[in-house]
Ligand binder design. Structure first.
Ligand code: URA
Length: 237
């Protein structure tokens, strides 16, 4: 596992990586993966599809289907590439996300970013959504009725993005999508299917911040997601 992405991942997480000095360490290597493309091309979205996105965003922002609408500051729709190959799905907005209206921008997000980077992805190349679009007070677990109320929005997001691979962060998202009570520790490490597409479960970044020893397993999961993506035919730039 002494590859450059692994180094980046570990370094970004604050883990020192010692390396034997060599010329190849000083110069870029042919085997080094290309840096992620920031925005090489702007995909032209057909008007009908743009309308569907706009309508869905408005519906989410105006949603009053569960009591969380009364306590949220902002609905958190989701962010990223609208035709992403990889869809990252988390649990629910926290305090920072509620304030800023964007998923994974707090402490957990600051770990998610290097995790994505380690497999050549970034926020602009994936689509990031949550099971819930509104913050549960005090960051409590989402309630079944809240998940049920928000579920159609996620399904419509998936329908619009048409991702090739799902990367699922943590217990709530994994158990919801896979309709199971199995713990994350048993769900991770294998490729599941959702709507006929590969779905990989990993630990939630917030959990990894509390349990850094699990980061090695999360790295294995990310590599599994990367392999699943590589098995698909096209890549969004
Ligand atoms: N945790 C999540 O699951 N989602 C977010 O957007 C932020 C933290």
């Amino acid at each position: 596992m002494s590859t450059r992405p692994r180094r980046l991942y570990l370094q970004a997480m604050g883990i020192d990586v010692w390396q034997r000095r060599s010329r190849s360490h000083l110069e870029p290597s042919m085997s080094d993966p290309a840096p992620p493309v920031e925005s090489a091309a702007v995909a032209v979205e057909p008007i009908a599809v743009a309308d569907q996105w706009a309508q869905l965003i408005t519906e989410v922002e105006d949603c009053t289907a569960c009591p969380l609408h009364a306590t949220r500051t902002r609905a958190v729709f989701g962010v990223g590439h609208r035709q992403a190959d990889c869809m990252v799905i988390g649990e629910a907005p926290g305090a920072d996300e509620d304030r800023l209206g964007e998923p994974f921008v707090g402490r957990a997000g600051r770990l998610l970013d290097p995790m994505l980077k380690a497999i050549g992805l970034n926020r602009e190349r994936v689509f990031i959504a949550n099971i819930l679009k509104s913050r549960p007070p005090d960051n409590r677990d989402p309630r079944p009725e809240e998940i049920q109320a928000c579920w159609p929005y996620l399904l419509r997001q998936i329908e619009l993005v048409q991702p090739r691979v799902f990367l699922i962060m943590g217990r709530v998202a994994a158990q919801t999508l896979l309709e199971t009570q199995t713990p994350v520790g048993k769900l991770r490490g294998t490729v599941h299917q959702f709507q006929g597409r590969p779905l990989i479960v990993t630990y939630h970044p917030a959990y990894l911040l509390r349990s850094p020893l699990q980061k090695a397993k999360a790295w294995q999961d990310l590599q599994l997601a990367q392999r699943s993506l590589a098995n698909t035919t096209t890549t969004v730039m």
